[in-house]
Design a protein around this ligand. Structure first.
Ligand code: ADP
Length: 475
């Protein structure tokens, strides 16, 4: 089956979040199960630099100016179509906004073109390869199903919501430039309270909608988590499915990871001790096995609930723990974490920035990875924590609720506990979970059992790939 994925980032070429990890791993997982998968991406500098044997498929004149469609492969063997349109994409740094964090004013054109080219490929733009299903990811690809609908739906479409909060909203005047039928700008279309919504377009026009965990699929149909689109999602709920993301074991595996101090596995965990000592030393923390080392690897945004961690730092250090933080994002949060580290450098270490290798070293060196999100569509960080023996301490929401089992007495007794889970999105909720972490730490035998259970969980991509293939087949 020929599948075209449409998205805006792809690991290892360009990554701002979990979406890139999915785009990098899912196509290969689908191919391993017999599919013929290609990915369509905008020609951002990092994408153009990272793919090989690029051949020109076609030159296009479009509503967003001239463009060339290229075809090639990444080093990992992912087949890529890339839209080379320098006037839109040749901008260094973040793909969505400038250095001042301002979204680019022409984002509606930059990402409409992505959806438009996808629809052209579905219509036979490349004489050598034509997809049978087109699968778009997040608002950047939201117009793809709309363009397909405007062409009489030559192939079926799937649209995956990775994060409903980012919707791609633009003023209504932008619509006239996008080469879509005027009738599409309506309540039964892509209009959203007088604006143009790429996310709504994806949800409204796609044949099937998926999101990245079963819990999030339910949550987004409620007013609390529906970000204003819950009504439409309820209408479409018979075509809405939750499929959990996986872990790319070629990238995230402590028994083969070349970024970490020593390899280890669920069966042989000794190497983790060295990874912890290396991390503590590197970050200027007191080097000791005795203190539980908490960790955060995250975008520093409101969504991730990190203000709860800021408020809970005293609880962690007063009880004899340490914490290491890697993240970048909101300036006030970056400053608050920096200030906390300066005040207690033996126990709190902070690195502001984005550092893929260091993220691996933190997973390997820490004892607990904290993800206290307000909402979390799937969350990959806690899955990496499980894999690396860093017990996830998470809020019971979205994909976190679907992947971590609290170390309550009954779960410990049944041998299914893998971490710490709390409900209330408050400092008190987090503190209760931190206390539970210390209680478990004081029972080393139980700690090791929980760690082993977590490391033995199977979150490989094969399960997700099977479910996506079943969905494509049904279409
Ligand atoms: P989201 O996509 O909402 O940011 P996920 O948990 O799904 O959250 O994915 C986050 C991904 O980004 C993970 O691979 C995580 O390791 C990575 N990540 C987040 N912040 C950083 C950072 N500062 N440095 C390196 N990797 C990071």
């Amino acid at each position: 089956m020929r599948i075209l994925h449409v998205c805006s980032e792809l690991y290892p070429l360009l990554k701002t979040g979990g979406l890139a990890d999915v785009a990098g791993a899912l196509p290969l997982a689908l191919n391993r199960q017999g599919a013929d998968t290609r990915v369509l991406l905008p020609g951002f500098p990092a994408i153009l630099a990272g793919f090989h044997s690029a051949a020109e498929v076609v030159r296009l004149q479009t509503f967003a100016g001239p463009a060339r469609l290229l075809f090639g492969h990444t080093e990992d063997g992912v087949a890529l179509y890339v839209i080379d349109a320098p006037q839109l994409y040749e901008r260094i740094g973040n793909p969505y906004h400038d250095a001042q964090q301002e979204a680019y004013a022409d984002n509606y054109l930059r990402f409409a073109l992505l959806g438009w080219v996808a629809a052209q490929l579905a219509g036979g733009l490349d004489g050598w390869w034509r997809p049978e299903v087109v699968h778009g990811h997040d608002w950047h690809a939201g117009l793809m199903p709309a363009y397909l609908a405007s062409q009489g739906r030559p192939v079926k479409s799937v649209f995956t919501i990775h994060n409903l909060a980012y919707q791609g909203l633009f003023p209504s005047r932008c619509f006239a430039e996008l080469d879509l039928p005027a009738s599409f700008f309506s309540l039964h279309g892509l209009e959203y309270h007088g604006q143009l919504s790429f996310m709504k377009a994806g949800i409204f026009y796609a044949d099937r909608i998926t999101t990245v965990s079963p819990s999030y699929a339910r949550e987004i149909t409620t007013p609390e988590q529906g970000c204003g689109l819950d009504g439409l999602l309820r209408d479409r709920s018979s075509n809405l499915f939750g499929i959990l993301n996986g872990v790319d074991e070629a990238v995230w595996n402590p028994s083969t990871d070349d970024a970490i101090a020593e390899h280890y596995s669920a069966a042989k965990q000794a190497g983790k001790v060295k990874c912890k000592a290396r991390l503590q030393g590197q970050m200027g923390l007191a080097v000791t096995e005795d203190k539980p080392l908490f960790a955060v690897v995250s975008r520093l945004t409101e969504q991730k609930g990190l203000h709860l961690i800021l408020a809970g730092l005293g609880e962690i250090t007063a009880r004899g723990g340490q914490i290491v933080v890697l993240g970048s994002g909101d300036a006030w949060m970056e400053n608050a974490f920096r200030a906390a580290a300066e005040a207690d450098p033996a126990n709190i270490a902070v690195k502001i920035g984005y550092d893929e290798r260091f993220a691996h070293q933190i997973m390997a060196g820490s004892d607990i990875i904290m993800v206290p999100s307000r909402y979390e569509p799937c969350g990959l960080t806690q899955l990496y924590g499980l894999k690396y023996g860093a017990l996830p301490l998470v809020r019971r929401v979205g994909g976190l609720a679907d992947t971590v089992v609290d170390c309550s007495l009954e779960n410990l007794t049944d041998g299914i506990a893998t971490g710490m889970v709390f409900d209330e999105f408050s400092e008190n909720g987090l503190t209760q979970a931190v206390r539970r972490a210390f209680a478990l730490w004081s029972r080393p035998k139980d700690w090791k059992t929980v760690r082993r259970t977590g490391m033995q969980q199977d979150f490989g991509w094969h399960a997700a790939a099977e479910q996506y293939l079943a969905l494509y087949r049904a279409l």
